[in-house]
Design a protein around this ligand. Structure first.
Ligand code: SAM
Length: 253
């Protein structure tokens, strides 16, 4: 269904809702090859700790009990690989992403890590997942949901594809509210990350979008309300690193 009159944010720009996904796709097409390196440089490696906390919270079984994880906007596979390493032999992950370039980097990494038989890569849009309902025990989305034009649709799809008893986890940049750290974080975000992006990927604009999009994402309380509105129960969140990141969770009961 088209909604031609609606606008949304692409970073600090207002753009027609229909155009956001194309703009987002061009960002990740441009940065895919150096995406993982940039994550380490931008966060001084902290993204690894945040992702480990997400996987520890997911706590996939370490046994041969079957557990199917769907990692949406999973890009180059970081969450799925971490979960596969933490889990037992019954674990399988599907990485779903809208961007073929990011998925290809992920497939190559899976082959190098010898995880190709436990982690599958599928092209798909978070707003319209190419999976049947009640198919997964866990749904994760890390640093992905703020890129999706219609977040409510993505949350509805998360609920649909999870089995009753399934866990929803979302790791996303949030709002720094520690006095002093907030100003430092702004200085770093706007003055260091885009120039670093230019040096490493040849593309400052994509990283300007990424830092602007963080500022436009709803605060934890508002995002928790959106998760509840999609049908999830026992919705909760924790902030990490002074609020740089928030990990939201919910259950499909
Ligand atoms: C910042 S990356 C995160 C990748 C990975 N989850 C991680 O934490 O390293 C955001 C990802 O969201 C994907 N994405 C953007 N819009 C999407 C959509 N509508 N459906 C699925 N994936 C989407 C992008 O292609 C990109 O791979």
């Amino acid at each position: 269904m088209s909604e031609p009159d609606q606008t949304t944010h692409f970073g600090f720009r207002d753009v027609p809702l229909e155009d956001k996904q194309t703009l987002v796709n061009s960002v990740f097409h441009s940065v895919a090859q150096r995406y993982d390196l940039m994550n380490d440089l931008m966060s001084a490696g902290l993204h690894r700790a945040w992702k480990d906390i997400m996987v520890n919270t997911l706590n996939p079984p370490r046994s041969d009990r079957p557990f199917a994880l769907l990692d949406v906007a999973g890009g180059t596979g970081d969450i799925a690989f971490r979960a596969a390493k933490a889990a037992g032999t019954g674990f399988r992950a599907t990485v779903c992403d809208i961007n073929a370039d990011m998925l290809q980097v992920g497939r190559d990494r899976a082959a190098k890590l010898r995880l190709g038989n436990r982690v599958a890569f599928v092209d798909g849009n978070a707003e319209e997942l190419p999976f049947q309902g009640n198919s997964f025990d866990g749904y994760t989305i890390a640093f992905g949901i703020r890129n999706v034009p219609r977040i409510d649709r993505a949350l509805g799809e998360a609920y649909r594809v999870l089995r009753p008893g399934g866990r929803f986890l979302c790791l996303e940049f949030s709002t720094v509210e520690v006095p002093g750290l907030d100003r430092l974080y702004d200085l770093f975000s706007f003055n260091v990350i885009p120039p670093l992006g230019r040096i490493v990927t040849g593309d400052a604009e994509s990283y300007r979008y990424l830092v602007e999009s963080i500022r436009k994402f709803p605060k934890p309380v508002a995002f928790a309300d959106m998760i509840r509105a999609a049908g999830f129960s026992r919705v909760n969140w924790q902030t990490l690193s002074g609020g740089i990141v928030a990990l939201h969770s919910g259950w499909r009961l």
